[in-house]
Design a protein around this ligand. Structure first.
Ligand SMILES: *Cc1c(COP(=O)(O)O)cnc(C)c1O
Length: 398
């Protein structure tokens, strides 16, 4: 009864979501902070004032949301934790949950300024960046040549290759666990192929500087899609958005799930040339006409107007990450240098399974991978200070 193509499917296994106990969840890189109060207010207002809108189809192309995403990018430079260096200190309005600060102060640093305006026709929105990625795979990668991917990266990429029957070429990481840009480009030129990687990369947490990615773009095939998944760029990485004018084959994927505290809202987007956006829209209109529901559009629009709040969340997580990294190092763990909201760490003499089980017994979930080469690493999402304290207690005697 099953179709032949079912045999190509090897589904993604997400971080576990057990229901038997109230675990502290540090296994899916979710943001521990709630969305901004403006998001909650906007959703409440929408549901109380326009309940009949739930009975109507939403705007299929999320026009207003795309405009607000473009405005947020233009205001912040596209990366949150590197903006707002001009915060005055000592005022409690900076604390998380205290509402948003006038976004006039969201000034990108000189280095992160985008040398052009991002227009709404450069934005595509979808039902989570996982869906957005799948549409990109359909629109730009063929069955006749391998897609170039890092050997260790987001494990959904090979899953989509199976789904669309696209061969892929895994390129080993460098000795320091960073993506090997030179080797990626070399392989891409060998087969005239497109490529995809996360920057900063997952599960390693290591990012490449924009200057290096520009060198890659200069040397890679110009007529093949070059996809950079910036799910974690807001936690200290550099965005490639400033390169979009120079490279029409560059496709940047973003999500509301990590830095914008919205994993439950399911919203992700593309920043790319209008031609790319049109192609992905064609795929969308051939599969699921209305990917972003009405409530999510309202919530995400409010999130875009609360950039200052999310800057504070990102900064709090970065600070906590650095503290936790020092703790792990003091306990003898090897911690890769992270630019994300998680750390990737291992300790010689302690197996991944053993560490994972001990931490789970103490009521905390972290992520391990069975892939040979990284099976002894833990990927630990950064939570609130209280959650991280509980984790430190659990890990102290490992
Ligand atoms: C979390 C994550 C995504 C998926 O985000 P959603 O928008 O929740 O689907 C995509 N890419 C990477 C690298 C991620 O870590």
């Amino acid at each position: 009864m099953l179709s032949k193509r079912m045999s190509f499917l090897h589904p993604y296994v997400p971080g576990e979501q057990p229901k038997d106990r109230d675990y502290i969840k540090l296994n899916a890189n979710e943001n521990p902070y709630p969305p901004s109060p403006e998001v909650t207010a906007a959703v409440n207002k929408f549901l109380s004032e326009n309940p009949e809108k739930l009975g109507l189809y939403p705007d299929p192309d999320s026009g207003d949301l795309r405009a607000e995403i473009a405005a947020m990018i233009n205001k912040t430079g596209g990366v949150l934790s590197r903006t707002l260096t001009s915060f005055s200190s000592g005022s409690d309005e900076h604390s998380i949950g205290a509402g948003s600060i006038e976004c006039a102060s969201c000034v990108p640093s000189e280095k992160d300024k985008i040398p052009f305006t991002v227009f709404p026709d450069m934005i595509y929105t979808g039902n989570g960046s996982d869906e957005v990625l799948s549409f990109i795979f359909f629109a730009f990668f063929d069955e006749d040549r391998p897609l170039i991917v890092p050997k260790f990266s987001y494990s959904f990429y090979p899953v989509y290759c199976g789904f669309y029957n696209i061969p892929f070429c895994p390129v080993p990481l460098k000795k320091d666990w960073s993506v090997d840009g030179e080797k990626m480009v070399f392989e891409a030129n060998k087969t005239n192929s497109g490529m995809i990687f996360a920057n900063p990369n997952a599960p390693t947490g290591i990012g490449l500087p924009r200057s290096l990615i520009r060198q890659m773009l200069l040397a890679a095939p110009k007529d093949k899609a070059f996809v950079v998944d910036e799910a974690y760029a807001d936690f200290g990485g550099e965005s490639c958005i400033p390169l979009l004018q120079e490279f029409k084959n560059l496709i940047i994927v973003r999500t509301f799930s990590k830095s914008l505290c919205g994993a439950g809202m399911r919203s992700g987007y593309i920043v790319a040339s209008p031609e790319v956006v049109r192609a992905v829209t064609t795929v969308k209109n051939s599969l699921n006409h209305f990917p972003v529901d009405a409530v999510t559009q309202v919530a995400c629009r409010a999130a875009c107007r609360s950039a200052a709040y999310y800057v504070n969340c990102a900064k709090a997580l970065v600070e906590e990450r650095e503290k936790f990294t020092r703790f792990l190092q003091d306990c003898g763990w090897e911690v890769l240098p992270s630019q994300t909201n998680f750390v990737f760490a291992k300790k010689s003499g302690v197996s991944g399974q053993e560490a994972y089980r001990k931490i789970k017994e103490d009521g905390i979930l972290v992520r391990i991978f069975s892939t040979p080469g990284i099976e002894d690493f833990l990927r630990i999402s950064i939570g609130t200070p209280a959650q991280m304290l509980a984790l430190q207690r659990s890990m102290e005697d490992l």
